[in-house]
Design a protein around this ligand. Structure first.
Ligand SMILES: Cc1cc2nc3c(=O)[nH]c(=O)nc-3n(C[C@H](O)[C@H](O)[C@H](O)COP(=O)(O)OP(=O)(O)OC[C@H]3O[C@@H](n4cnc5c(N)ncnc54)[C@H](O)[C@@H]3O)c2cc1C
Ligand code: FES
Ligand code: FES
Length: 480
């Protein structure tokens, strides 16, 4: 066990020990803001909404190469950086021989007039830098997706998108490319020496196991500790509520939980896979899941957030829950002595209470490949398309055989204390023809299954009307 963490910043290995002055729940944003040379990173919201705090992370992949991602540094606890490269806007300019050369992304932001007050600019530059390193000649759609997590209130997005399009044309080649060998050497050195992390200060304990077996042992001994995977939910307890998180088990460094495997019949996603990775994997085979993740948070959020975290919260507005019900997915729960499979329909028991026992971890999400002919769709109603929480969401699946409905799932989020199927409407439609008349009758039965609430997002009446109309939309998109 080691009590310190190490990462690469400014081309050097930084090793941190934690104590009364430096808590393990210090965010990367606060750490950087307190350093003399990395003040380009900004705090706007401290809750993952504005992107002013965006930095890039370089990670050593299984292929031995460096992979770059943009993340919101306000949601990342320092130990989560362990074994990674942290890149801030200060690192982008190339200096040497008395010369300062702007990175192509910075140069195009200047030339396209992509900045006015400049508050959002370091975050925007870092998002485009990650895009630069991963995409060549990206489409407008890809550029916009990479910027959904960055708010700019004065420049307007046209020049920023133009700067991204003009910059990302070099196959990701830049002075970071020349330095990669050196960084890979440093990260390999950290990896070689690294053990599981066990930090203890006077007020907090922070564990970062490296294997699933260690995590299960820890959880067994500490069933009341706080689990984190991506921390996009849990970090807000620190940044917004200023809670002291006394005991944390950080699952973010367990490679076994990040693997995806498949058979002819099922796809098994590790609970620690980032939702951005799940989005990529699901593109061809599970398009409704892919669609749900396309409108999930922002790229920075999806890069951190995991399946395990979305299901772990058990929120009635968690976007993966209705779509996983529509796919009839199973969840694998594991403790030291037992592993069991719980179907999505039996997973959430009441408001944010799930079938998971305190000593269990979610380790896998198992999605059967839909039977040929099955149509699965996801719908999200929110105040804006991107980076917004669902007001109402729906995961629907339908199989029609011999002109009659032979299988149907209608699952809704945001309509009750839990994500829930509409049993009466499903029963009415089963065995009936998929006609508008039948669907309109089923729409009237939906209200019987729900008593939606009014809150800041919408009134109960809007939710009821939206839920009915989503079923009509589904019919509209699926009848022949
Ligand atoms: C700006 C922003 C936008 C967002 N947008 C969306 C959105 O569009 N749709 C949506 O659904 N959510 C959204 N969220 C919420 C959040 O990002 C998701 O719920 C995310 O999936 C949580 O995953 P995580 O890994 O970060 O969870 P964490 O914060 O690490 O954990 C969340 C909960 O799950 C538990 N947990 C984590 N891993 C496991 C495990 N392996 N086993 C058992 N329990 C576990 C934790 O104990 C904790 O209670 C958003 C959040 C932010 C900050
Ligand atoms: S400060 Fe707004 S996303 Fe981090
Ligand atoms: S340049 Fe002012 S907020 Fe973007």
């Amino acid at each position: 066990m080691q009590q310190t963490i190490s990462f690469v910043l400014d081309d050097k290995i930084q090793t941190l020990a934690f104590n009364e002055q430096l808590s393990p729940t210090t965010t990367v944003l606060n750490y950087l803001r307190n350093s003399p040379v990395h003040k380009g990173v900004k705090e706007g919201c401290a809750e993952g909404d504005c992107g002013a705090c965006t930095v890039a992370i370089g990670e050593l992949g299984a292929d031995g190469k460096l992979h770059y991602h943009a993340i919101d540094s306000c949601l990342v606890f320092l130990p989560m950086l362990n074994g990674k490269q942290l890149i801030t806007v200060e690192n982008l300019m190339q200096r040497g021989g008395g010369e300062e050369i702007l990175h192509p992304v910075q140069k195009e932001m200047v030339e396209c007039n992509g900045s006015q007050c400049g508050y959002c600019t370091p975050g925007i530059v870092m998002s485009i830098f990650s895009l630069y390193k991963t995409e060549n000649n990206p489409t407008k759609e890809i550029i916009e997706d990479s910027l959904t997590g960055n708010l700019c209130r004065c420049t307007g997005y046209k020049p920023i998108i133009e700067a991204a399009a003009k910059a990302c044309v070099n196959n990701g080649v830049d002075f970071f490319t020349k330095n990669e060998k050196h960084i890979i050497g440093l990260l390999t050195q950290i990896k070689k020496d690294s053990q599981s992390v066990d930090i203890e200060t006077k007020k907090q304990k922070y564990f970062q196991p490296k294997t699933k077996a260690e995590a299960l042992e820890l959880r067994d001994k500490k069933p009341n500790s706080i689990l984190i995977s991506g921390a996009t939910d849990v970090a807000l307890r620190v940044t917004k509520r200023h809670d002291l998180l006394e005991e944390i088990i950080d699952l973010s460094h367990i490679e076994e939980l990040k693997k995806c495997t498949r058979t002819d019949y099922v796809i098994k996603f590790g609970a620690g896979m980032s939702l951005e990775e799940v989005k990529k994997v699901s593109k061809n085979e599970l398009p409704a899941l892919n669609e749900a993740l396309t409108v999930f948070g922002s790229k920075q959020i999806r890069t951190l957030a995991t399946f395990g975290g979305n299901l772990g919260s058990g929120s009635p507005i968690g976007d993966t829950l209705p779509v996983l019900m529509a796919y009839n997915a199973d969840i694998k729960l594991q403790s030291v002595n037992e592993e069991r499979i719980v179907n999505m329909n039996n997973y959430v028991l009441s408001y944010r209470v799930t079938a998971r026992k305190p000593n269990e971890l979610i380790t896998k999400v198992i999605i059967p490949k839909p039977v040929a002919g099955t149509i699965v769709k996801f719908y999200k109603v929110s105040k804006r398309k991107d980076l917004d929480i669902s007001t109402v969401s729906a995961g629907f699946s339908l199989l029609i055989e011999k002109n009659k409905v032979s299988a149907i799932t209608l699952a809704y989020g945001g309509m009750a204390a839990i994500t829930k199927r509409v049993a009466k409407a499903e029963a009415f439609l089963m065995g009936n023809e998929w006609t508008r008349e039948n669907v309109e009758q089923a729409m009237e039965l939906i209200a019987g299954d729900f008593t939606p609430i009014s809150d800041a997002r919408s009134g109960a009446e809007f939710r009821s009307v939206a839920a009915k109309n989503l079923l009509l939309k589904f019919w509209n998109e699926t009848h022949h």
